[in-house]
Design a binder for this molecule. Sequence first.
Ligand code: GDP
Ligand code: MG
Length: 177
Amino acid sequence: SSDEEDGEEYLFKIVIIGDSAVGKSNLLSRYARNEFNMHSKATIGVEFQTQSMEIDGKEVKAQIWDTAGQERFRAVTSAYYRGAVGALIVYDISRRTTFDSVVRWLDELKTHCDTTAAWMLVGNKCDLDNIRSVSVEEGKSLAEAEGLFFMETSALDSINVKTAFEMVIREIYNNVS
Ligand code: GDP
Ligand code: MG
């Protein structure tokens, strides 16, 4: 292809972090395979999935990493973060404690990653609006204060999932190109 002739290759590592059961694995499976699993087990998890998109006529690949449930033991290793140029920090809009944990996940990101990376705060399970415990405004203002993109998503109903990943990928591309 012309990309190969140009010697141009874009491969970005993106990590998904956040408390257990916020929907990280389902966000990835929805984005990469258009699949959702109501009974997904924390232990089932692939290391990463590679997904491509086209930007400026170029193929841009994102290698998106999912924890295999290590977050339950607060044992996400530095290898997980190594080389990541993008991150989705996910909470569950129906569980307040997962939003309270965001600052801790952000601290971990800041410890392990370059702060010029593209980070997005993601309030997942927006389909559960009737039992919401974190308002959209709270999510937005935390994101603003921390300089993060923000989006509410639903892996179940396929709301904003593709948009969220592609916004992060686009931002990384803009930063390097
Ligand atoms: P992880 O531990 O963060 O990887 O979370 P999972 O992807 O394994 O999801 C945990 C649970 O939440 C599972 O029962 C999923 O079916 C459910 N879940 C994930 N995303 C959504 C969503 O957008 N809406 C709803 N209602 N449930 C979801
Ligand atoms: Mg998982």
